[in-house]
Design a protein around this ligand. Structure first.
Ligand SMILES: Nc1nc2c(ncn2[C@@H]2O[C@H](COP(=O)(O)OP(=O)(O)OP(=O)(O)O)[C@@H](O)[C@H]2O)c(=O)[nH]1
Ligand SMILES: [Zn+2]
Length: 349
C-alpha cells in the first residue's frame, strides 16, 4: 500500500471492502473537496479532479460522495464509480426545495467539541453537539479553550464532564502549543478529526497551532486551469504535518438537528435510565405522579437545566422529522400535480 494512502487514513475497514486489491494502485482514493459536481480525489498517484458516474448521480443525496469518503474511480480515472461503506457520517437537512438529507462529511473518527472558559460555555450547547456526534457515530472529545484566562478551569471541566457519562475533556490555551498534548493525544496518524463550536472559541487558532502554522499555507493551492486562468483549489481535508487528518467544511460549523431520536438517549443515558422507573411508560416528566425523573430533580440528583434541554432536543427532533415528512408529501403532491397537468395536456392534443 502506498505511503500516501496510509497518510490519508486508509485502514483495513476500507481495504476489506475492495473487490480486488489491484484497485489500491490508482483507483482507490479519498475525497478531499466537493464543489457542486466537481470532486477532488487523492489516490496513491496523487490528486485529481473527477466527476461522478451517472449511476451515482441518480442515487439519493446521502449515497453520493462527500468530503472524507473513500471511493473507487473508473478505469480512466475520471469518474467516481463507487463510494465505500462509511465508518461515520455527519449529515444535515438540505436547504433546497426538497429538503433532502445531505451528507456533510464522512469517516470522521474524532470530533472536537470546542467551547471556551467564559460566558460562551453552555452545557446545553455541548449536549446538542454530543447528540449530533452520537448520531454520526464519531468519538466526541470536549476541548475547553482559553483555559489561560481563568482561575477556575476545574469548575469548567467538572461541568463539561457532567454532560455525558465518560466524556473526555481536554483544556487548552490554543495559542500555546505546549498546552496541546491532551488534544494531540486523540489524533493518531490514521485518524480523521473535525471541530465544531461557536464563533470565536478558538477553532482556527487551535488548528493552526496543531498544524504548526503550516495549514494555512497548504490550504489553498493556486493552479492554472486549462483556460490559462488562475483558480484556487480549496481543500477541505488536510493532512496534518504531525500525522492524522483534519476535515474543515463549512457545514460542520453549523450542525443542526436532523433525525437524532436514537442518539438523544445515548447522551442523556442518565435520564433515560431514571425514566424506566417512572410509573407510566409514556411519562413526559411534566406533572405525572410517580415520575422518577422529577423526583431526581427534587433530590438534587439531576439538574433541571439538563432535563429542559433533553426535552428541547426531543421537541426539535420531532419538529424536524415532521417538517421533513410534510415537505416530502408536498413534493410528491406537486410532482403528481405536474404529471396530471401533463396528462391533461396530452388529452387535449
Ligand atoms: N488567550 C487565549 N486566546 C484565545 C484562545 N483561543 C482563541 N483565542 C483568541 O480568540 C479569538 C478567536 O479565535 P478563533 O480561532 O478565530 O476562533 P474560531 O472558533 O475559529 O472562530 P470562527 O472562525 O468565527 O468560527 C482570537 O483572537 C484568538 O487569538 C486561547 O486558548 N487563549
Ligand atoms: Zn417521568
Amino acid at each position: 500500500m502506498s505511503d500516501l494512502l496510509e497518510s490519508l487514513g486508509l485502514v483495513p475497514f476500507f481495504i476489506q471492502q475492495l473487490p480486488d486489491l489491484g484497485l489500491l494502485q490508482h483507483r482507490l482514493g479519498r475525497v478531499t473537496s466537493v464543489q457542486r459536481s466537481n470532486y477532488t480525489v487523492f489516490t496513491g498517484s496523487g490528486e485529481g479532479r473527477v466527476e461522478i458516474a451517472s449511476g451515482l448521480r441518480q442515487s439519493s443525496a446521502l449515497d453520493r460522495p462527500t468530503v472524507g469518503d473513500w471511493v473507487i474511480l473508473d478505469e480512466s480515472l475520471s469518474r467516481i464509480e463507487q463510494v465505500l461503506e462509511r465508518k461515520t457520517l455527519f449529515k444535515r437537512i438540505g436547504a433546497g426545495t426538497n429538503h433532502e438529507i445531505q451528507p456533510i462529511a464522512a469517516n470522521i473518527d474524532v470530533l472536537f467539541i470546542v467551547s471556551s472558559c467564559n460566558e460562551e460555555f453552555k452545557e446545553s450547547r455541548l449536549e446538542r453537539y454530543l447528540t449530533l456526534c452520537a448520531e454520526a457515530g464519531a468519538m466526541p472529545v470536549i476541548v475547553l479553550t482559553k483555559a489561560d484566562l481563568v482561575d477556575d478551569v476545574d469548575d469548567y471541566v467538572r461541568r463539561a464532564r457532567n454532560t455525558q457519562a465518560g466524556i473526555p475533556v481536554e483544556t487548552a490555551n490554543t495559542l500555546d502549543a505546549s498546552t496541546l498534548d491532551g488534544v494531540r493525544s486523540w489524533i493518531d496518524k490514521h485518524s480523521t478529526v473535525a471541530l465544531v463550536g461557536s464563533s470565536g472559541v478558538g477553532k482556527s487558532t487551535l488548528v493552526n497551532t496543531l498544524a504548526e502554522q503550516m495549514l494555512t499555507a497548504t490550504n489553498d493551492i493556486r493552479e492554472d486551469d486549462k483556460k490559462g486562468r488562475h483558480t484556487t483549489t480549496h481543500r477541505e481535508l488536510h493532512i496534518l504535518p504531525s500525522g492524522g487528518l483534519l476535515v474543515d467544511v463549512p457545514g460542520m460549523r453549523e450542525l443542526r438537528v436532523a433525525d437524532i431520536d436514537q442518539s438523544i438517549g445515548a447522551v442523556f443515558e442518565d435520564i433515560a435510565k431514571m425514566a424506566e422507573e417512572c410509573r407510566f411508560a409514556d411519562c413526559q416528566h411534566e406533572t405525572e405522579p410517580g415520575c422518577a425523573v422529577l423526583q431526581a430533580i427534587e433530590e438534587n440528583k439531576l439538574d433541571p437545566r439538563r432535563l429542559a434541554n433533553y426535552k428541547k432536543l426531543q421537541r426539535e427532533n420531532n419538529l424536524a422529522t415532521a417538517t421533513l415528512a410534510e415537505k416530502r408529501a408536498q413534493g410528491r403532491a406537486f410532482a403528481k400535480a405536474v404529471k396530471s397537468g401533463i396528462d391533461i395536456k396530452r388529452k387535449h392534443r
